[in-house]
Design a protein around this ligand. Structure first.
Ligand code: HEC
Ligand code: HEC
Length: 191
């Protein structure tokens, strides 16, 4: 049933490629990311579970989110919308490259369990864009190791049409029940 939902996957990849093209090697002085680190964590671990980790996230995804918050495409976070308005457009790619080049922060996660049987087939669907191991790639951001709180909130926002900066994700999230989204978020947070 998910197959017909993949309509925009190739289009999205092309847009990602176009956005990513001008990004050059990271050239950011620490001053420019100080404000970001106050919430996203100076060591890559955000102090609040509702703030996502951005260290080691996919470059194209980081650029797109900053641009989407700035343009209002992604409007579910007044905080981030206000913050990126103060980031000059020409710094966006550099700041994204700075964070993308970092390693995903290691956490003392428990050994990853296989997905619960009830959601195993749903999880399979996600791998098409978020990669086999959920490390992300050209077609979708990394999900592995984001916090349960952030994952479940993001999934619900897509399902409720509060986050509309992608064509596929709202459809995919509406196709899951609340409890399925909850179980998927728990699984992904444990990876
Ligand atoms: C006051 C706290 C705060 C500051 C400062 C802050 N952020 Fe955020 N950031 C957040 C929160 C909270 C979210 C999650 C918002 C949401 O749910 O959409 C977020 C989301 C993001 C995302 C989306 C990540 C994802 O997985 O979708 C990116 C990218 C990001 N921030 C980059 C930055 C950068 C770059 C800076 C500095 C220029 C910055 N942030 C400063 C709190 C902050
Ligand atoms: C057709 C490709 C595709 C499939 C299949 C897909 N996703 Fe996504 N997903 C994306 C893209 C692209 C984004 C980034 C959207 C944007 O630009 O904000 C995304 C974003 C997300 C986010 C937000 C991440 C963040 O940091 O804010 C979550 C959570 C997520 N997907 C979960 C899932 C789950 C769970 C499944 C399986 C049920 C799934 N996705 C299936 C393409 C896909």
């Amino acid at each position: 049933m998910f197959k017909n939902l993949f309509s925009t996957i190739f289009g999205a990849a092309a847009i990602f490629a176009a956005i990513a093209a001008p990004v050059v090697a990271a050239d950011v002085n620490e001053e420019k990311v100080r404000v970001c680190n106050s919430c996203h964590g100076p060591d890559g671990l955000p102090p609040s579970p509702t703030t996502p980790n951005i260290w080691g996230q996919q470059l194209n995804y980081l650029v797109k989110q900053m641009n989407d918050y700035r343009s209002g495409e992604r409007k579910n976070s007044p905080i981030m919308s206000a913050i990126v308005r103060d980031v000059p457009q020409e710094d966006t790619g550099k700041i994204a490259a700075y964070y993308a080049a970092k390693s995903w922060p290691a956490r003392q996660a428990a050994a990853a369990a296989p997905p619960p049987a009830a959601i195993a087939d749903k999880i399979e669907t996600c791998r098409a864009c978020h990669a086999q191991n959920f490390q992300g790639g050209e077609q979708g951001p990394r999900l592995a190791g984001l916090s349960y709180e952030y994952l479940v909130a993001s999934m619900r926002r897509f399902a409720d049409d509060q986050r509309t900066n992608n064509a596929d994700m709202p459809k995919l999230m509406k196709a899951l029940t609340d409890s399925e989204r909850d179980a998927v978020a728990k699984y992904l947070a444990g990876l």
